[in-house]
Design a protein around this ligand. Structure first.
Ligand SMILES: NC(=O)CC[C@H](N)C(=O)O
Length: 454
């Protein structure tokens, strides 16, 4: 029997029992798409039990070849009008079965994707992460990770926000509520329902805190193995939006909603032995392996920025003095650096501060593992820590545009050697599609600046 991630997850046997006694009547089967979103179907419990568990289910392969707005676009080798937009098969991962208590009698199962001949869909984000984690496991290690997502909440429905052109929206707080207990109390009905729903769904919830931008908050979760963390992250983002919508509110995980502070997804990562032995700390100090891992992450920042910052908007977040990084540097508990080292002993870990809340966690974690292993394999030396203000340090810059990040990713020998050509070409095309859409758009900024004055 598959080992449960914790006792709030369900075995398949238990889920089928709950369907048999009508305690569950709806099962969502979902995978994570290129943008990090859950895509799939809601199935009637009985159909899930009688047909899907024994025979499987499918979805159109365009789901890994569309843009944010679900437009069919050109340039993907695996999916096109010429290829007829056929199916991919969903492979249920029984370790992910959970109840979603904010919905009536509903459970969710997350899936991997295979082609009809059962070969893996290598471009699927979950497969990309699993491949890198297999490399970690081959060495007798495991990767532990935590993702910290910030969001901004508004006192409006998504529909009203849309109809207002996303202008003049009222955030749930009108001032900076960083660490403010009063600030979070004002939003507690929303935060509490998110925390408790996520706990019931198998996530280990730490708590919630206010952040700097108006209406900005963060719900924190304990670290877990990297695949569990990515699975939970995808479910959390979806559920948090659904709960907000139920309460007549809207939340956004855009990396940069306005000109104030953006929303981050700091990613914490460490390696352990398969039985939990420490690999990053020995005799009261960092190990050479830890330093090589961090050196590898730093050496590959440019190669993998596209996976840390996958949207046009992601790059607007990289602003000096905003707590989002702009330089490729590391420091000891230094929040101005791209990489911050924190903790000691069992808590010793690196924090990658580059990703925004719009990141796809599977892809970012895969990139970090690939970069870190590159550092270990090549025994890279870690430069001394940056002391003081990284923003004014003159260190090399994190790529500041999507075009730059796309070129660095596509021409990266490390990305191609670790992720494979099929993956690199697929995600370089995703960047080309976004860049083309952005370049074709005339923005508010241009109108305001030029309409009368130019
Ligand atoms: N908590 C923080 O360090 C703030 C992070 C900041 N909001 C960012 O976008 O990176």
């Amino acid at each position: 029997m598959t080992e449960l991630r914790n006792n709030r997850h369900l075995t398949m046997e238990r889920l089928l029992d709950l369907i048999g006694t009508a305690k569950v009547d709806t099962v969502i089967v979902a995978f994570t798409d290129m943008q990090g979103r859950l895509q799939g179907k809601r199935l009637h419990g009985q159909y899930f039990k009688d047909v899907v568990v024994p025979h499987g289910t499918e979805g159109c392969n365009y789901l890994l070849a569309v843009d944010v707005e679900m437009n069919t676009v050109d340039g993907y080798a695996i999916s096109s009008w010429e290829k007829g937009y056929g199916d991919m098969e969903f492979v249920l991962d029984e370790r992910t079965i959970r109840l979603l208590s904010h919905l009536p009698a509903t459970a969710m199962v997350q899936c991997d994707l295979v082609w009809p001949d059962h070969s893996p869909v290598v471009q699927s984000p979950r497969t990309i992460l699993t491949s890198q984690l297999d490399r970690v496991a081959e060495r007798g290690w495991q990767a532990l990770a935590g993702t910290e997502l910030e969001f901004i909440a508004f006192d409006t429905t998504y529909e009203a926000a849309h109809d207002a052109g996303y202008r003049d929206l009222r955030p749930v707080n009108q001032y900076n509520v960083d660490y403010s207990i009063l600030g979070t109390s004002r939003v507690e009905p929303l935060l509490r329902e998110i925390r408790n729903t996520m706990y019931a769904a198998g996530l280990d919830v730490e708590g919630a805190k206010g952040e700097c931008n108006f209406g900005q908050h963060e719900v924190g979760f304990l670290y877990a193995d990297a695949l569990t963390t990515a699975d939970n992250h995808a479910v959390y983002k979806n559920v948090a939006k659904e709960i907000a919508a139920h309460q007549g509110k809207a939340i956004t995980f855009m990396a940069k909603y306005n000109e104030r502070e953006g929303s981050s997804c700091h990613i914490h990562l460490s390696l352990r032995g398969q039985d939990g032995e420490l690999l990053f700390w020995k005799d009261g100090a960092r190990t050479p392996l830890y330093d090589q891992f961090v050196a590898g992450i730093l050496a590959t920042v440019a190669d993998f920025t596209l996976l840390y910052a996958p949207n046009i908007n992601s790059y607007k977040r990289f602003a000096d003095g905003s707590f989002a990084p702009t330089t490729i540097a590391w420091g000891l508990d230094n929040r101005t650096c791209a990489v911050r080292l924190v903790g000691h002993g069992a808590g010793a870990r690196m924090e990658n501060r580059i990703p925004g809340a719009d990141v796809n966690p599977y892809l970012a974690l895969a990139a970090m593992v690939a970069g870190g292993l590159h550092g270990i394999e090549n025994e890279l030396e870690l430069e001394p820590p940056l002391e003081g203000n990284a923003y004014t340090s003159g260190r090399p810059k994190v790529p500041h545009t999507m075009q730059e990040a796309r070129e660095a990713f596509s021409s990266s020998a490390i990305a191609r050697a670790t992720l494979g050509d099929e993956v690199v070409d697929h995600y370089a095309n995703m960047a080309d599609v976004e860049l083309a859409a952005y370049n074709a758009a005339v923005t508010d900024w241009e109108l305001h600046r030029g309409f009368e004055r130019l």
